[in-house]
Design a protein around this ligand. Structure first.
Ligand SMILES: C[S@@+](CC[C@H](N)C(=O)[O-])C[C@H]1O[C@@H](n2cnc3c(N)ncnc32)[C@H](O)[C@@H]1O
Length: 243
């Protein structure tokens, strides 16, 4: 099914390279920014981190190389994506095959991150509320996601030709590049990856959506944008009971 762990199983071998190609190698800087915003300044003692939709473990590897982390757990439903992790991870890291919506553990974490993963989740509210349950009070959730809404709304005031060209690039050129790099396979999967960006809420709507979830004990504490607002990082804090 498109967007699921099974879909990522089929593109896992080339995922890191294709991602670097599509983002003109900026993906690492965006993950670093997510970590900096989510992990500093430290508020809760030793870092116990949960990376949701960890994929090939790029976020976990970056975190382990730059921060002192007591424990890191990565969660993802795609066995093939996770199979790319072993060489990158430090000994204190663990990976678990699971959807974000269903992941269960008795441990509590001080921070959770999701990089380029939330738009693939079938039930975003269930996933975010599950993370809320797994965080300590005062713990943080940092979300890095792509949104083309700002670009599309800019384009609405622009010439039709430019709009058609950019739309054509996003919907066809990008999946064709993915298809070719992946050995002339998986056009539908790459097309889904870009189409799902268009249907993801605008940056402002996403924050409102999270604050209206049934586990509404979140505070939105930090935000930043890159690339004309098409890359957005939001950090939420689980509200302390006494606040
Ligand atoms: C675009 S990749 C991002 C991987 C990684 N976080 C990164 O920075 O490159 C999206 C990941 O979301 C995972 N995924 C899909 N549905 C999910 C769900 N319901 N819960 C958790 N992860 C999910 C996929 O298996 C895939 O590894």
């Amino acid at each position: 099914m498109l967007g699921s762990g099974a879909m990522f199983d089929s593109i896992a071998n080339f995922y890191d390279n294709v991602n670097t190609l599509f983002t003109f190698a900026q993906d690492k800087q965006w993950r670093d920014a997510l970590l900096e915003m989510s992990l500093t300044p430290p508020t809760l003692g030793p870092i116990r981190m949960l990376d949701i939709a960890c994929g090939t473990c790029e976020v976990m590897a970056a975190a382990a190389s730059s921060y002192t982390i007591e424990k890191i757990v990565g969660v993802d439903p795609s066995r093939n994506m996770l199979s790319r992790c072993a060489a990158k991870l430090p000994p204190q890291a663990t990976i678990v095959i699971s959807n974000a919506e269903d992941f269960a553990t008795t441990e509590k974490f001080t921070v959770s991150t999701i990089a380029f993963g939330i738009r693939n989740m079938k039930d975003r509210e269930k996933a975010v509320c599950n993370i809320w349950n797994l965080l300590e009070e005062g713990g943080r959730l940092g979300v890095l996601e792509v949104s083309y809404q700002p670009a599309f709304s800019l384009l609405q005031h622009d010439s039709t030709v430019l709009r058609v060209l950019i739309s054509y690039f996003i919907h066809y050129v990008v999946p064709i590049i993915g298809f070719v790099v992946n050995g002339f396979k998986n056009f539908a999967e790459y097309k889904h990856l870009v189409d799902s960006i268009e249907t993801f809420p605008s940056p402002a709507d996403f924050v409102t959506e999270v604050l209206n979830y049934k586990c509404s004990g979140w505070r939105h504490i930090k935000t930043t944008e890159r690339n004309f607002g098409t890359i957005k990082i939001d950090v939420f804090e689980k509200i302390k009971l006494e606040d």
